[in-house]
Design a protein around this ligand. Structure first.
Ligand SMILES: [Mn+2]
Length: 231
């Protein structure tokens, strides 16, 4: 399980090598947030697409992925402001070599159109990704489960992609262990390593913030982790 790659495709590839990922034998589960902040969002989405279509990896949709979809589909001031506020400029620069920082309105529109015209398959791919995955032992989500919903599957899409404290501070409404990203584990403990809570495990190592990309490995009832540092 790997989460919050945020344009760090080199670290992703290094990590897959470090854990000796073998597609025929291993199930790779990616918890979302492939774009923004890091330097190579385009290559990251391309790689995730390949892992899903060729190697049966499971990839969830994160809030940053949703924002890129919305940005391309909708002409909304709010989406645009949020997109730029949370590391979107790096995504535009990854997709469009003409984008400069700071960006003016006209160039922004040009970048949106460029992505829509030349990389619409990326947008469709991100849009096709599910908000959760479940197996006999675990529930996998980008952000977490809202304790207000006895059947967590019925919680709003926004909760799957955004929830923080209400999830961290509560007991999940499932007997399965919840594996999540979205919240940097540094916010939950004193390090960027995998965080083991009660009934939940956080894996976002804040790679795009110069920390680390974690891989949580589950093998015959035991958890292991490996990471690649991004200094
Ligand atoms: Mn997120």
């Amino acid at each position: 399980m790997i989460s919050d790659i945020h344009g760090c495709v080199d670290q992703l590839n290094e990590l897959l090598e470090a854990v000796e990922y073998v597609p025929l034998k291993d199930t790779l589960i990616l918890l979302g947030d492939y774009v923004d902040r890091g330097p190579r969002s385009k290559e990251t989405v391309e790689r995730i697409k390949e892992l899903v279509t060729m190697h049966n990896a499971i990839a969830l949709r994160g809030n940053h992925d949703q924002r890129l979809i919305d940005l391309v589909h909708l002409d909304e001031e709010e989406t645009r402001t949020k997109f730029l506020k949370y590391g979107g400029i790096q995504t535009l620069q990854s997709y469009c070599d003409f984008v400069i920082d700071p960006l003016h309105d006209e160039l922004f529109e040009k970048a949106r159109h460029h992505i829509r015209e030349h990389y619409y398959s990326h947008i469709q791919f991100l849009d096709s990704l599910p908000l959760f995955h479940e197996d006999s032992q675990h529930v996998y989500v980008h952000a977490g489960l809202n304790p207000k919903y006895p059947d967590w599957r019925t919680q709003p899409a926004h909760d799957f992609m955004y929830i923080k404290a209400e999830f961290h501070d509560s007991k999940p409404c499932t007997d399965k262990t919840v594996i999540f990203g979205h919240t940097r584990t540094m916010e939950l403990q004193d390090s960027a390593d995998v965080w083991f809570g009660i009934g939940k495990i956080g894996i976002d190592g804040a790679c795009a913030y110069g920390k680390q990309l974690n891989c949580l490995i589950y093998d015959q009832g035991h958890y292991y982790s490996k990471h690649i540092c991004n200094h």
